[in-house]
Design a protein around this ligand. Structure first.
Ligand code: KIV
Length: 419
């Protein structure tokens, strides 16, 4: 299996937008700076966006969607700055820099103006294809939508952009035959990646997987382009849908750090990447990504701080409790072998945990856990002394949510303890 560096090197210097050297390689397209920033209240400064883009590059993401240049001057400038940051042909493993554009000339021109400085620029253009969007939002017929899509993809190519992504917005609720038609036409017009958005997070994993499989089987010319997923999280299924899409043949997945994005957010990078890393070999026909997972925690913290969107403690992979064990049975298992209750280790995502075992003492903890924790704190306690300490600990834990190390030291020193 080639490393991500080898994959990138084989793509460079003659990067071919729609070619993947290894069929099991899944490209990671990060849209934290575009769809992620669409989360209410998540606006970031240009400097913060540049910091995040650099961290995404450290992670090894394949494509950074840096923004929506036509939406504001500030967004244009941020995308342009990021494109310039990744402009040197000798700058090592640089990601593709992508700008979003609606299917109109002004958006496409603004997007191209902003991204063209990158050594690997991409324009991502979209138009809605579901009946409800065409009737009420666009007020266009399906024929007009196909015409708009094809002329704008061709226009983007005519500006000199070799890498053009097209998205049929609300594909999850669009008519299949219409999707095959419009996707076939945009391929002829020069699209290199076809992204399939479940814009309102409506589909179930089996349906989304089937949608990708059907598009792969029925769209003329599809073998010449990359199929991509873009799953929103309205039903909490975005990661599952993304994985189902990759399993059915998508070789690009659109994700955001911490899953931030419109409404309930997007598929989260860390969940999708770790699911592929953890289960790719056994359950996903050997799929893999080029992400250096050790940089995940830093990226997550940075996005949390800059976006102001706090991570829930039980969030998969990056939540504060993701590697904490409280129940006595689990703590006992962890003390005997870490794999009893951990399928990935915190070190895999770059997290150094403060205590070796991940044990968090609480009212469900048992004697083994208490003994192990006291050992970590430098107290080797056994027999009657441990029995006494355990009953005092239980009394306190019944009333107090978090038992800190200081609390334990106070308990063992027999100090007066106020729950
Ligand atoms: O959710 C969506 O449909 C989008 C597209 C622009 C890809 O964000």
């Amino acid at each position: 299996r080639p490393s991500s560096a080898a994959v990138f090197c084989s793509l460079r210097p003659h990067y071919i937008p729609n070619h993947i050297p290894d069929p099991n390689y899944v490209r990671i397209f990060d849209t934290t700076l575009r769809d992620g920033e669409q989360s209410p209240g998540a606006t970031m400064t240009t400097k913060e966006k540049l910091d995040i883009a650099r961290q995404l590059a450290r992670l090894g993401v394949d494509i950074i969607e840096a923004g929506f240049p036509a939406s504001s001057d500030a967004d244009f400038e941020a995308v342009q700055l990021i494109a310039r940051e990744f402009s040197s042909a000798d700058s090592g493993l640089v990601p593709v820099i992508c700008g979003l554009a609606r299917c109109n000339k002004r958006d496409i021109e603004r997007s191209w103006e902003a991204v063209k400085h990158a050594s690997k620029p991409r324009i991502h253009t979209f138009i809605a294809t579901s009946q409800i969007h065409m009737d009420f939002k666009l007020k266009m017929t399906p024929g007009q939508v196909v015409h708009k899509a094809t002329t704008m993809v061709a226009y983007a190519r005519s500006l000199g952009c070799r890498d053009v992504e097209f998205s049929p917005e609300d594909a999850g609720r669009s008519d299949r035959e219409f999707l095959y038609r419009i996707l076939g036409e945009v391929i002829k017009a020069g699209a290199t990646t076809l992204n399939i958005p479940d814009t309102v997070g409506y589909t179930l994993p089996s349906e989304f997987g089937q949608l990708i499989a059907d598009i792969k089987a029925n769209t003329p010319g599809i073998e010449n382009v990359i199929i991509s997923t873009h799953c929103q999280n309205d039903l909490g299924l975005s990661t599952a849908n993304t994985i189902a899409g990759a399993y059915s043949g998508a070789r690009q997945v659109e994700v955001t750090i911490n899953g931030i994005g419109e409404r309930a957010g997007n598929a989260s990078l860390e969940e999708v990447v770790m699911a592929i890393k953890c289960r790719g070999e056994q359950a996903l026909d050997g799929l893999y990504t080029g992400i250096n997972t050790q940089h995940i925690i830093m990226a997550s913290k940075m996005v949390e701080e800059y976006s102001g969107l706090r991570i829930q403690p039980h969030k998969a992979i990056v939540g504060a409790n993701a590697f904490a064990h409280e129940s006595g049975i689990h703590q006992d298992g962890m003390l005997k072998h870490k794999n009893t209750y951990e399928i990935i280790s915190p070190e895999d995502i770059g997290l150094l945990r403060s205590n070796e075992s991940g044990i968090v003492l609480g009212k469900l903890s048992g004697r083994h856990a208490l003994k192990a924790k006291m050992l970590e704190l430098g107290y080797d306690i056994d027999g009657k002394e441990l029995d006494d300490l355990f009953s005092r600990f239980k009394a306190v834990a019944g009333n107090k949510k978090n038992i800190s190390d200081d609390d334990l030291v106070a308990l063992v020193s027999d100090e007066v303890f106020q729950p």
